[in-house]
Design a protein around this ligand. Structure first.
Ligand SMILES: Cc1cc2nc3c(=O)[nH]c(=O)nc-3n(C[C@H](O)[C@H](O)[C@H](O)COP(=O)(O)OP(=O)(O)OC[C@H]3O[C@@H](n4cnc5c(N)ncnc54)[C@H](O)[C@@H]3O)c2cc1C
Length: 365
Protein backbone atom coordinates (compact mmCIF):
# COMPACT_ATOMS: atom_id res chain seq x y z
CA UNK A 1 0.00 0.00 0.00
CA UNK A 2 1.18 3.55 -0.75
CA UNK A 3 -0.33 4.94 2.50
CA UNK A 4 -1.89 3.67 5.72
CA UNK A 5 -4.61 6.35 5.59
CA UNK A 6 -5.84 8.58 2.78
CA UNK A 7 -8.06 11.52 3.70
CA UNK A 8 -10.19 13.52 1.26
CA UNK A 9 -10.48 17.15 2.41
CA UNK A 10 -8.23 19.56 4.29
CA UNK A 11 -10.86 21.37 6.32
CA UNK A 12 -10.71 21.35 10.11
CA UNK A 13 -11.91 17.73 10.20
CA UNK A 14 -9.41 16.38 7.64
CA UNK A 15 -6.59 18.31 9.33
CA UNK A 16 -7.52 17.07 12.82
CA UNK A 17 -7.60 13.50 11.47
CA UNK A 18 -4.25 13.93 9.72
CA UNK A 19 -2.65 15.33 12.88
CA UNK A 20 -4.08 12.57 15.09
CA UNK A 21 -3.18 9.63 12.82
CA UNK A 22 0.31 10.90 11.98
CA UNK A 23 1.01 11.31 15.70
CA UNK A 24 0.52 7.54 15.95
CA UNK A 25 3.28 7.05 13.38
CA UNK A 26 0.94 6.16 10.51
CA UNK A 27 1.71 7.17 6.95
CA UNK A 28 -1.01 9.67 5.96
CA UNK A 29 -1.95 11.43 2.70
CA UNK A 30 -4.43 14.32 2.47
CA UNK A 31 -5.97 15.18 -0.90
CA UNK A 32 -7.59 18.61 -1.25
CA UNK A 33 -9.32 20.20 -4.24
CA UNK A 34 -8.41 23.76 -3.27
CA UNK A 35 -4.91 25.33 -3.48
CA UNK A 36 -4.68 25.50 0.33
CA UNK A 37 -6.23 24.07 3.52
CA UNK A 38 -9.37 25.47 5.16
CA UNK A 39 -11.08 27.06 2.18
CA UNK A 40 -14.47 25.35 2.69
CA UNK A 41 -17.05 25.35 5.50
CA UNK A 42 -14.30 25.68 8.10
CA UNK A 43 -13.54 29.26 7.05
CA UNK A 44 -17.19 30.35 6.84
CA UNK A 45 -18.74 29.84 10.24
CA UNK A 46 -19.38 31.54 13.60
CA UNK A 47 -16.13 30.26 15.19
CA UNK A 48 -18.02 29.47 18.37
CA UNK A 49 -16.70 26.85 20.76
CA UNK A 50 -20.03 25.32 21.68
CA UNK A 51 -20.75 23.85 25.11
CA UNK A 52 -23.21 21.15 23.94
CA UNK A 53 -26.55 22.56 25.10
CA UNK A 54 -28.95 21.74 22.29
CA UNK A 55 -28.25 18.18 21.09
CA UNK A 56 -30.05 15.00 22.24
CA UNK A 57 -28.13 13.27 25.04
CA UNK A 58 -26.96 10.15 23.23
CA UNK A 59 -26.24 11.85 19.90
CA UNK A 60 -22.78 12.07 18.35
CA UNK A 61 -23.21 15.85 18.28
CA UNK A 62 -23.72 15.93 22.07
CA UNK A 63 -20.90 13.51 22.88
CA UNK A 64 -18.33 14.97 20.49
CA UNK A 65 -19.21 18.57 21.38
CA UNK A 66 -19.02 18.08 25.14
CA UNK A 67 -15.71 16.20 24.89
CA UNK A 68 -14.44 18.43 22.07
CA UNK A 69 -15.02 21.69 23.97
CA UNK A 70 -12.37 21.18 26.72
CA UNK A 71 -10.02 19.43 24.26
CA UNK A 72 -10.17 22.45 21.96
CA UNK A 73 -9.52 24.95 24.77
CA UNK A 74 -6.53 22.86 25.96
CA UNK A 75 -5.16 22.65 22.42
CA UNK A 76 -5.60 26.42 21.94
CA UNK A 77 -3.79 27.18 25.22
CA UNK A 78 -0.82 24.93 24.53
CA UNK A 79 -0.50 26.04 20.89
CA UNK A 80 -1.12 29.80 21.44
CA UNK A 81 -4.19 29.83 19.17
CA UNK A 82 -6.32 32.98 19.62
CA UNK A 83 -9.44 32.04 21.59
CA UNK A 84 -11.63 33.42 24.37
CA UNK A 85 -13.87 31.52 26.75
CA UNK A 86 -16.24 34.50 26.98
CA UNK A 87 -19.49 32.70 27.89
CA UNK A 88 -22.89 32.96 26.27
CA UNK A 89 -26.36 34.14 27.23
CA UNK A 90 -29.49 32.52 25.79
CA UNK A 91 -32.18 35.09 26.37
CA UNK A 92 -35.95 34.85 26.74
CA UNK A 93 -37.83 37.90 25.51
CA UNK A 94 -41.41 36.52 25.52
CA UNK A 95 -43.23 34.81 28.42
CA UNK A 96 -43.71 31.59 26.40
CA UNK A 97 -39.92 31.25 25.99
CA UNK A 98 -39.35 30.66 29.71
CA UNK A 99 -40.43 27.02 29.39
CA UNK A 100 -38.04 26.57 26.47
CA UNK A 101 -35.15 27.86 28.62
CA UNK A 102 -36.10 25.29 31.27
CA UNK A 103 -36.16 22.55 28.63
CA UNK A 104 -32.73 23.59 27.31
CA UNK A 105 -31.35 23.72 30.85
CA UNK A 106 -32.61 20.18 31.53
CA UNK A 107 -31.19 18.90 28.22
CA UNK A 108 -27.80 20.51 28.86
CA UNK A 109 -27.72 19.07 32.38
CA UNK A 110 -28.52 15.56 31.01
CA UNK A 111 -25.54 16.00 28.66
CA UNK A 112 -23.29 17.00 31.58
CA UNK A 113 -23.24 20.73 30.76
CA UNK A 114 -23.86 23.17 33.65
CA UNK A 115 -25.79 26.33 32.91
CA UNK A 116 -26.97 29.08 35.24
CA UNK A 117 -30.50 30.53 35.20
CA UNK A 118 -30.36 34.36 35.43
CA UNK A 119 -33.04 36.92 36.22
CA UNK A 120 -33.66 40.00 34.10
CA UNK A 121 -31.65 42.22 36.48
CA UNK A 122 -28.72 39.78 36.60
CA UNK A 123 -28.63 39.86 32.78
CA UNK A 124 -28.68 43.69 32.83
CA UNK A 125 -25.69 43.74 35.18
CA UNK A 126 -23.71 41.43 32.89
CA UNK A 127 -24.79 43.00 29.60
CA UNK A 128 -26.43 46.45 29.92
CA UNK A 129 -27.43 46.46 26.21
CA UNK A 130 -29.41 43.21 26.42
CA UNK A 131 -33.17 43.09 27.07
CA UNK A 132 -34.39 39.82 28.52
CA UNK A 133 -37.05 38.60 30.92
CA UNK A 134 -34.56 35.91 31.98
CA UNK A 135 -31.64 33.97 30.52
CA UNK A 136 -29.41 30.93 30.66
CA UNK A 137 -25.70 31.54 31.08
CA UNK A 138 -23.21 29.08 29.60
CA UNK A 139 -19.74 29.75 31.05
CA UNK A 140 -17.91 27.27 28.78
CA UNK A 141 -19.04 28.67 25.42
CA UNK A 142 -16.40 30.77 23.67
CA UNK A 143 -14.76 31.73 20.41
CA UNK A 144 -11.70 30.54 18.51
CA UNK A 145 -9.82 31.61 15.42
CA UNK A 146 -10.64 28.76 13.02
CA UNK A 147 -7.83 29.81 10.69
CA UNK A 148 -5.17 29.71 13.42
CA UNK A 149 -6.53 26.37 14.65
CA UNK A 150 -6.27 24.87 11.14
CA UNK A 151 -2.84 26.40 10.57
CA UNK A 152 -1.58 24.77 13.79
CA UNK A 153 -3.01 21.38 12.81
CA UNK A 154 -1.53 21.71 9.31
CA UNK A 155 1.94 22.63 10.64
CA UNK A 156 2.02 19.68 13.03
CA UNK A 157 0.73 17.29 10.37
CA UNK A 158 3.47 18.47 8.00
CA UNK A 159 6.09 18.02 10.73
CA UNK A 160 4.76 14.50 11.26
CA UNK A 161 5.38 13.75 7.58
CA UNK A 162 1.79 13.93 6.29
CA UNK A 163 1.77 14.34 2.49
CA UNK A 164 -0.64 17.04 1.23
CA UNK A 165 -1.73 17.10 -2.41
CA UNK A 166 -3.53 20.39 -3.11
CA UNK A 167 -5.45 21.20 -6.28
CA UNK A 168 -6.27 17.50 -6.48
CA UNK A 169 -9.78 16.00 -6.36
CA UNK A 170 -10.63 12.54 -5.09
CA UNK A 171 -12.95 11.13 -7.75
CA UNK A 172 -13.72 7.86 -5.96
CA UNK A 173 -12.37 5.33 -3.48
CA UNK A 174 -12.92 1.65 -4.25
CA UNK A 175 -12.46 -1.08 -1.66
CA UNK A 176 -10.28 -3.82 -3.13
CA UNK A 177 -10.22 -6.48 -0.41
CA UNK A 178 -6.90 -5.59 1.22
CA UNK A 179 -7.43 -1.80 1.08
CA UNK A 180 -8.60 0.98 -1.21
CA UNK A 181 -7.75 2.24 -4.65
CA UNK A 182 -8.16 6.02 -4.67
CA UNK A 183 -8.72 7.69 -8.02
CA UNK A 184 -7.63 11.35 -8.12
CA UNK A 185 -7.67 14.11 -10.70
CA UNK A 186 -5.06 16.89 -10.81
CA UNK A 187 -5.68 20.50 -11.85
CA UNK A 188 -4.50 19.79 -15.41
CA UNK A 189 -7.17 17.07 -15.74
CA UNK A 190 -4.72 14.17 -15.48
CA UNK A 191 -6.03 11.21 -13.47
CA UNK A 192 -4.06 8.74 -11.35
CA UNK A 193 -4.63 5.94 -8.81
CA UNK A 194 -2.93 5.31 -5.48
CA UNK A 195 -3.63 2.84 -2.70
CA UNK A 196 -4.27 3.11 1.04
CA UNK A 197 -5.30 0.65 3.73
CA UNK A 198 -7.95 3.05 5.06
CA UNK A 199 -9.81 5.90 3.39
CA UNK A 200 -11.61 8.73 5.22
CA UNK A 201 -14.00 10.98 3.36
CA UNK A 202 -13.91 14.41 5.08
CA UNK A 203 -14.99 16.35 1.99
CA UNK A 204 -17.45 18.65 3.79
CA UNK A 205 -20.18 19.86 1.42
CA UNK A 206 -19.16 17.22 -1.15
CA UNK A 207 -18.82 14.26 1.23
CA UNK A 208 -22.16 12.88 0.04
CA UNK A 209 -21.18 13.15 -3.65
CA UNK A 210 -17.87 11.39 -2.98
CA UNK A 211 -19.58 8.70 -0.90
CA UNK A 212 -22.01 8.01 -3.75
CA UNK A 213 -19.19 7.88 -6.29
CA UNK A 214 -17.50 5.37 -4.00
CA UNK A 215 -20.59 3.14 -4.15
CA UNK A 216 -22.78 4.19 -1.20
CA UNK A 217 -26.54 4.50 -1.78
CA UNK A 218 -27.78 8.09 -2.18
CA UNK A 219 -30.61 7.73 0.35
CA UNK A 220 -28.12 6.82 3.11
CA UNK A 221 -25.71 9.70 2.59
CA UNK A 222 -27.61 12.58 0.94
CA UNK A 223 -27.18 16.03 2.46
CA UNK A 224 -29.07 19.24 1.83
CA UNK A 225 -27.43 22.63 1.75
CA UNK A 226 -28.57 25.40 4.05
CA UNK A 227 -26.95 28.76 3.53
CA UNK A 228 -26.27 30.95 6.57
CA UNK A 229 -25.77 34.67 5.96
CA UNK A 230 -24.06 37.02 8.42
CA UNK A 231 -24.26 40.78 8.85
CA UNK A 232 -21.77 43.07 10.57
CA UNK A 233 -23.15 45.03 13.52
CA UNK A 234 -21.42 48.36 14.04
CA UNK A 235 -21.12 48.45 17.82
CA UNK A 236 -18.12 50.00 19.55
CA UNK A 237 -15.34 47.40 20.08
CA UNK A 238 -16.02 45.21 23.11
CA UNK A 239 -19.51 46.74 23.60
CA UNK A 240 -20.69 43.20 24.37
CA UNK A 241 -18.71 40.80 26.53
CA UNK A 242 -20.68 37.63 25.84
CA UNK A 243 -22.25 35.86 22.89
CA UNK A 244 -25.98 36.57 22.88
CA UNK A 245 -28.40 33.95 21.51
CA UNK A 246 -32.18 34.01 21.29
CA UNK A 247 -34.25 30.94 22.16
CA UNK A 248 -33.79 28.51 19.20
CA UNK A 249 -36.20 28.56 16.27
CA UNK A 250 -39.12 26.13 16.47
CA UNK A 251 -38.73 25.11 12.81
CA UNK A 252 -35.48 23.23 13.62
CA UNK A 253 -33.57 25.32 11.10
CA UNK A 254 -30.97 26.87 13.36
CA UNK A 255 -30.20 28.54 16.64
CA UNK A 256 -31.79 31.86 15.60
CA UNK A 257 -30.01 35.06 14.56
CA UNK A 258 -27.47 35.42 17.33
CA UNK A 259 -24.78 37.98 18.12
CA UNK A 260 -21.27 36.64 18.00
CA UNK A 261 -17.99 38.30 18.77
CA UNK A 262 -14.90 38.00 16.64
CA UNK A 263 -11.50 37.44 18.20
CA UNK A 264 -10.75 40.98 16.90
CA UNK A 265 -13.55 42.43 19.05
CA UNK A 266 -16.00 43.01 16.17
CA UNK A 267 -19.66 41.99 16.38
CA UNK A 268 -21.62 39.92 13.86
CA UNK A 269 -25.25 38.91 13.53
CA UNK A 270 -26.30 35.57 12.05
CA UNK A 271 -26.41 33.10 10.60
CA UNK A 272 -29.91 32.81 9.14
CA UNK A 273 -30.94 29.53 7.50
CA UNK A 274 -31.87 29.50 3.82
CA UNK A 275 -32.51 26.17 2.14
CA UNK A 276 -30.67 25.93 -1.20
CA UNK A 277 -32.77 23.60 -3.38
CA UNK A 278 -29.94 23.24 -5.89
CA UNK A 279 -26.45 22.39 -4.65
CA UNK A 280 -24.87 25.67 -5.71
CA UNK A 281 -22.12 27.38 -3.74
CA UNK A 282 -23.88 30.72 -3.44
CA UNK A 283 -22.16 32.89 -0.82
CA UNK A 284 -23.94 36.17 -1.62
CA UNK A 285 -25.47 38.07 1.28
CA UNK A 286 -28.70 39.57 -0.03
CA UNK A 287 -29.12 43.19 1.18
CA UNK A 288 -32.90 42.66 1.03
CA UNK A 289 -32.56 40.36 4.05
CA UNK A 290 -30.85 42.95 6.27
CA UNK A 291 -34.17 44.16 7.77
CA UNK A 292 -34.75 40.62 9.13
CA UNK A 293 -31.37 40.81 10.94
CA UNK A 294 -32.41 44.16 12.41
CA UNK A 295 -35.77 42.80 13.51
CA UNK A 296 -34.24 39.68 15.11
CA UNK A 297 -31.45 41.52 16.97
CA UNK A 298 -33.75 44.34 18.13
CA UNK A 299 -35.79 41.80 20.08
CA UNK A 300 -32.92 41.32 22.52
CA UNK A 301 -30.47 44.23 21.97
CA UNK A 302 -31.17 47.90 22.85
CA UNK A 303 -30.41 50.75 20.48
CA UNK A 304 -29.90 48.84 17.22
CA UNK A 305 -30.68 50.90 14.11
CA UNK A 306 -30.83 49.59 10.52
CA UNK A 307 -27.81 51.69 9.50
CA UNK A 308 -25.64 49.74 11.96
CA UNK A 309 -26.18 46.51 10.00
CA UNK A 310 -24.28 45.75 6.77
CA UNK A 311 -23.72 42.54 4.74
CA UNK A 312 -20.81 40.41 5.95
CA UNK A 313 -20.29 36.84 4.66
CA UNK A 314 -22.07 33.51 4.27
CA UNK A 315 -21.41 29.84 4.85
CA UNK A 316 -23.23 26.67 3.81
CA UNK A 317 -24.18 23.84 6.15
CA UNK A 318 -24.44 20.27 4.84
CA UNK A 319 -27.51 19.13 6.80
CA UNK A 320 -28.94 15.64 6.61
CA UNK A 321 -32.47 17.04 6.83
CA UNK A 322 -34.65 18.91 4.35
CA UNK A 323 -37.06 21.66 5.45
CA UNK A 324 -39.65 20.28 7.86
CA UNK A 325 -37.73 17.08 8.68
CA UNK A 326 -36.52 16.41 12.24
CA UNK A 327 -32.96 17.42 13.10
CA UNK A 328 -30.42 14.72 12.20
CA UNK A 329 -27.14 13.73 13.82
CA UNK A 330 -23.64 13.57 12.28
CA UNK A 331 -23.21 10.33 10.34
CA UNK A 332 -19.99 8.33 10.65
CA UNK A 333 -20.61 5.77 7.94
CA UNK A 334 -18.09 2.91 8.09
CA UNK A 335 -18.08 0.41 5.23
CA UNK A 336 -16.02 -2.64 4.23
CA UNK A 337 -15.00 -3.44 7.83
CA UNK A 338 -13.96 0.20 8.40
CA UNK A 339 -11.65 0.25 5.39
CA UNK A 340 -13.66 3.33 4.41
CA UNK A 341 -15.21 5.93 6.69
CA UNK A 342 -17.50 8.58 5.25
CA UNK A 343 -18.24 11.65 7.41
CA UNK A 344 -21.63 12.98 6.41
CA UNK A 345 -23.59 16.02 7.60
CA UNK A 346 -20.71 17.64 9.49
CA UNK A 347 -22.51 20.90 10.23
CA UNK A 348 -22.34 22.73 13.57
CA UNK A 349 -20.84 21.87 16.07
CA UNK A 350 -18.21 20.31 13.78
CA UNK A 351 -15.54 22.92 14.53
CA UNK A 352 -15.91 22.42 18.30
CA UNK A 353 -16.05 18.64 17.86
CA UNK A 354 -13.11 18.38 15.42
CA UNK A 355 -10.42 17.15 17.84
CA UNK A 356 -12.81 14.82 19.67
CA UNK A 357 -14.07 13.41 16.36
CA UNK A 358 -10.51 12.69 15.21
CA UNK A 359 -9.79 10.90 18.50
CA UNK A 360 -13.07 8.97 18.26
CA UNK A 361 -12.30 7.82 14.70
CA UNK A 362 -8.73 6.85 15.53
CA UNK A 363 -10.22 4.68 18.30
CA UNK A 364 -12.29 2.77 15.73
CA UNK A 365 -9.20 1.15 14.18
C1 LIG B 1 -22.90 29.05 8.83
C2 LIG B 1 -22.15 28.05 9.67
C3 LIG B 1 -21.89 28.31 11.01
C4 LIG B 1 -21.20 27.38 11.79
N1 LIG B 1 -20.87 27.72 13.06
C5 LIG B 1 -20.16 26.85 13.81
C6 LIG B 1 -19.75 27.21 15.12
O1 LIG B 1 -19.91 28.35 15.55
N2 LIG B 1 -19.12 26.28 15.88
C7 LIG B 1 -18.89 25.01 15.43
O2 LIG B 1 -18.37 24.20 16.19
N3 LIG B 1 -19.22 24.66 14.17
C8 LIG B 1 -19.82 25.56 13.35
N4 LIG B 1 -20.14 25.23 12.06
C9 LIG B 1 -19.78 23.90 11.56
C10 LIG B 1 -18.32 23.81 11.17
O3 LIG B 1 -17.90 24.95 10.46
C11 LIG B 1 -18.15 22.55 10.30
O4 LIG B 1 -18.67 21.43 10.99
C12 LIG B 1 -16.71 22.26 9.97
O5 LIG B 1 -16.03 23.40 9.52
C13 LIG B 1 -16.68 21.17 8.89
O6 LIG B 1 -15.35 20.97 8.52
P1 LIG B 1 -15.01 19.97 7.34
O7 LIG B 1 -13.56 19.77 7.40
O8 LIG B 1 -15.91 18.77 7.42
O9 LIG B 1 -15.48 20.73 6.01
P2 LIG B 1 -14.67 21.76 5.10
O10 LIG B 1 -14.02 22.80 5.88
O11 LIG B 1 -15.61 22.19 4.01
O12 LIG B 1 -13.52 20.86 4.46
C14 LIG B 1 -13.80 19.92 3.45
C15 LIG B 1 -12.73 20.06 2.40
O13 LIG B 1 -12.89 19.04 1.43
C16 LIG B 1 -12.52 19.56 0.16
N5 LIG B 1 -13.10 18.68 -0.85
C17 LIG B 1 -14.39 18.59 -1.25
N6 LIG B 1 -14.54 17.61 -2.17
C18 LIG B 1 -13.32 17.05 -2.33
C19 LIG B 1 -12.84 15.97 -3.13
N7 LIG B 1 -13.65 15.27 -3.93
N8 LIG B 1 -11.51 15.68 -3.08
C20 LIG B 1 -10.67 16.39 -2.27
N9 LIG B 1 -11.09 17.42 -1.48
C21 LIG B 1 -12.39 17.73 -1.50
C22 LIG B 1 -13.07 20.97 0.18
O14 LIG B 1 -12.40 21.80 -0.75
C23 LIG B 1 -12.82 21.38 1.62
O15 LIG B 1 -11.61 22.08 1.77
C24 LIG B 1 -20.80 26.14 11.24
C25 LIG B 1 -21.05 25.88 9.88
C26 LIG B 1 -21.68 26.84 9.09
C27 LIG B 1 -21.89 26.58 7.64
Amino acid sequence: MDFDIAIAGAGVIGLALAETFSQKGLCVAVVETQPSFGQGISSRNSEVVHAGIYYPKESLKAKLCTTGNPMLYRFCKTRCIPHLCCGKLIVATEPDQEAELDRLNANASACGVSLKRLTSSQVKKMEPRVKASSALFSPTTGIVSAHHLMAALYRTARKQKVIFSFETRVLEARHTGSGNTIRVQYRDGKEENFTSTYFINAAGLYADTLAQRSGLPKDEVATHWWKGEYASLALPQNALKHLIYPVPQKANTGLGIHTTLGIDGTTRLGPNAIYLPEKTEDYRVEPCRLPSFHEAASRYLEGITPSMITPSMAGIRPKRQKPGDPVQDFLIHAVSKKAQIHLIGLESPGLTASLALAEHISGLF
